[in-house]
Design a protein around this ligand. Sequence first.
Ligand code: VTB
Length: 345
Amino acid sequence: MENTLGLEIIEVVEQAAIASAKWMGKGEKNTADQVAVEAMRERMNKIYMRGRIVIGEGERDDAPMLYIGEEVGICTQPDAKSFCNPDELIEIDIAVDPCEGTNLVAYGQPGSMAVLAISQKGGLFAAPDFYMKKLAAPPAAKGKVDINKSATENLKILSECLDRAIDELVVVVMKRDRHNDLIKEIRDAGARVQLISDGDVGAAISCGFAGTNIHALMGIGAAPEGVISAAAMRALGGHFQGQLIYDPAVVKTGLIGESREANIDRLTSMGITDPDKVYDAQELASGETVLFAACGITSGNLMQGVRFFKGGARTQSLVISSQSKTARFVDTIHLFEQPKVVQLY
Ligand code: VTB
């Protein structure tokens, strides 16, 4: 799977990032998202595969493109029979977030990215559009920190696993009122907090890499983004746990559905009988092979954003594979027009 799709998925996220970056700083988050969706879909439909979106822009009625259930790839197109033998191709499930952090793009803030994860059919947890309590930490703390423990306890464990004092730890938390107590607890325990306005996928994955100076992600963000983060962390060997938040009393605004009861019914209809279950990375991204690709739109901890120059752009992407156990940073120069002199900056 990796050999055939690795390079293609880099191009998918690159195209989405370039399209979105053209709207960086323009204050129009919906446009920054929409152009990323269109670019991602167009490039994805050129890949020789049978793909299906399991995490995307919403259900069919709400989202015209990359909606949940949409089939993507050349081999799903109406005229595919002439050049595709479906029996030769494995079916692939895809989770996408073409513009992770639309506000970050719209206001020129760091840390937005185009991102996707793929696996064999059934290999990614089809999370509903709810919230998820998340805990991400470096590989050295995998299975040792625990989302059921308090932040104070987890910081002690992290400090031991990483062999550094608690005040040398940095925890990323999304700046939301729902996290006020959590932020206070982390500070009281002696660690430092990096508050972000959006984009917890990048924060989660940063825990998987030494040198980012991020040692944990704690708090509640969106569930679909949690699955994408888990796919990367599974392949990186980092710690990731997620627990669905379906009670409007816990998160009062946003992706929280109508009522606790209606949300439980929805989860049951999706086959989730234990709504309080804590999932680990392996359960959220359980496929035999998991690939993850991201491309920076605006620069962040992990990747530089898109930089335009006359006639082209330069991007930085990250491809992580559970198959080859690699994380590759890919620096690409895109020439939009045929140059008179090829000058690769
Ligand atoms: C979260 C986070 C995402 O949007 O979903 C956030 O996981 C929305 O949270 O990374 P609120 O509803 O609390 O505002 C992102 O930041 C960007 O998609």
